[in-house]
Design a protein around this ligand. Structure first.
Ligand code: NAP
Length: 489
């Protein structure tokens, strides 16, 4: 079999989909289409526009390795700057003309005769491709909790990822439900800027202190002049030590590194919150980093201003004019923000994926979503995932993760391009073995120490990468071909 030209379909034009587009164009591939449900690129950074939106991964790490940005305004970049970066990437690398916006994919169906995927969109288009790259993101289907009475609320309410900018909050009494990274960022931003703010916390969070120094014009000039300074922020000894410490802490709940993290957050709470009653309200009853660790440089300070109430009594119901608590107390509100998270187990769904032998991905994922090393799925030939299930998520740069995964997947695609195979998929045994080892390791992680979080599948098993980052880099360096089935049609 000689070499062949492939046609690629990328689903999603967020950070990972753009990466796929850039890398394919860089290789000279032109038979390429990106399907994007939204009106522009950026994924999560397009959808989230809430006040205080920022990325708590250092900006220089949350940047494509091949497109450093000396102009980040601060150590942690605000959301709009990140969105602008992705918009620029789409233009700089010429990906935009290949994107079909407002074109959600309805189904991908493997055609065994042609050994190609048929892609059907919600807009009625039908395309074929040899390879599908699912870059659909992790957290983008808003979770609207079933809080009694929400429909009766006479004020305005919205989910954090659907911010209503038409409402001026300055003179409003605002309630924010949820204390994940989103709720903490929103509350920090609104405190002192609205008439009254109530933060409803069903479960308090440990807050990791950090600082967010702005980059001066001089800093930016130096970054531009000497890119090794950027590399230092990304991968210098301090960054590496921090990453390794954090990974050691989460991978082993009995590690000294986790104990050290625990001390840091406890001290932060003790030293930052003066009122002992408030301090106890804010004290979590689980281990640090069991839930995705929240970083903040100002949350404790902001909530101790006048005009902010922390409420932990538990919501009984929403009423027409506010929120009733289980202890009978009532918070009158004009606006309610649900920072209540996302359906984290959706991944490529609700898109329907029908692979070889008419295998339905929905059935494969009936128990929980999974993929061999987070990137490939048995019976789904030439169907590749970026930031798919069981990968490293949480407090890492998902950009770096997607780049490593791309490097791995590109080697599988090379088998197709060079004519060594028409299609490639992992064996069932390889996935089963991976899952057995992964779930075993997952039980030792901090995520399994007894808190509730979106990291857990419905059986309470963490559905994320449980090993070290080094192991991830090692595995992503080269596919183990013995674990793959090569189909040659
Ligand atoms: P989340 O971490 O899932 O938090 C959802 C919050 O809503 C939790 O506090 C949860 O309480 C609460 N909640 C859910 N249902 C509720 C109900 N019925 N009644 C009361 N409270 C309810 O969601 P998120 O804050 O949007 O964050 C999701 C992820 O997005 C993060 O973990 C992170 O990976 C990413 N993110 C990253 C950044 C960043 O800076 N890089 C910023 C924002 C978000 P319980 O804890 O009790 O369930």
């Amino acid at each position: 079999m000689g070499s062949r030209k492939l046609r690629y379909a990328v689903i999603g034009a967020g950070m990972s989909g753009l990466l796929a587009g850039i890398k394919l164009l860089e290789r000279g591939e032109r038979e390429l289409v990106l399907f994007e449900k939204g009106h522009t690129v950026g994924g999560t950074w397009r959808e989230n526009t809430y006040p205080g939106l920022a990325c708590d991964t250092p900006a220089h790490s949350y940047t494509y390795s091949f497109a450093p940005n000396p102009d980040w305004s601060a150590y942690y970049a605000p959301g709009p700057e990140i969105q602008a970066y992705f918009e620029e990437m789409a233009d700089r690398y010429g990906v935009r003309p290949y994107i079909r916006f407002q074109t959600p994919v309805k189904a991908c169906t493997w055609n065994p005769r042609k050994m190609r995927w048929q892609i059907d969109t919600e807009t009625g288009e039908r395309e074929e491709a040899d390879v599908v790259i699912a870059a659909t993101g992790v957290l983008h289907h808003p979770h609207i909790p079933d809080i009694p009475g929400l429909a009766d609320f006479r004020g305005r309410w919205w989910h954090s990822a659907r911010w209503d900018h038409s409402v001026d909050l300055g003179d409003k009494r605002v309630g924010v439900i949820g204390s994940g990274s989103t709720g903490i960022q929103i509350v920090s931003a609104l405190a002192g800027r609205v008439r009254h703010l109530v933060h409803f916390q069903r479960t308090p969070q440990w807050i990791m202190p950090c600082t967010n120094p702005p980059y001066t014009e001089e800093d930016k000039r130096l970054f531009r002049q000497d890119p090794s300074r950027i590399e230092y922020v990304r991968n210098g000894p301090e960054a590496r030590a921090r990453r390794e410490r954090f990974l050691a802490a989460i991978a082993d709940a009995s590690s000294p590194q986790l104990a050290e993290l625990q001390q840091i957050v406890e001290r932060h709470l003790e030293e930052s919150v003066r009122d002992p009653i408030l301090r106890e309200k804010l004290r979590p009853n689980y281990t640090v980093a069991c839930k995705r660790l929240v970083f903040s440089w100002d949350y404790y300070e902001k909530i101790q201003q006048p005009g902010v109430t922390i409420e932990v009594a538990g919501i009984e119901r929403v009423e027409g004019r506010g929120v009733r608590m289980r202890d009978g107390s009532f918070h009158p509100l004009d606006v309610l923000v649900l920072a209540t998270g996302f359906h984290a187990d959706a991944f490529v769904r609700p898109m329907r994926v029908i692979g070889r032998d008419a295998t339905d991905l929905e059935e494969l994922w009936a128990e929980h979503p999974t993929a061999y090393y987070a990137v490939t799925i048995p019976r789904m030939p030439n169907f590749f995932l970026l930031n798919g299930p069981t990968g490293p998520v949480g407090n890492f740069s998902l950009i770096e993760i997607a780049e490593r995964q791309w490097n791995y997947l590109d080697q599988l695609m090379e088998l197709l391009r060079s004519g060594k195979a028409r299609a490639v998929e992992p064996t069932e045994t390889a996935l089963a073995d991976y899952e057995a080892r992964r779930t075993e390791a997952a039980r030792r992680t901090v995520f399994a120490t007894g808190c509730k979080s979106w990291y857990l599948d419905r059986n309470g098993v963490p559905q994320v990468w449980p090993w070290s980052y080094e192991h991830f880099l090692e595995v992503m360096a080269r596919p183990r071909l013995a674990d793959y089935r090569l189909l040659d049609g």
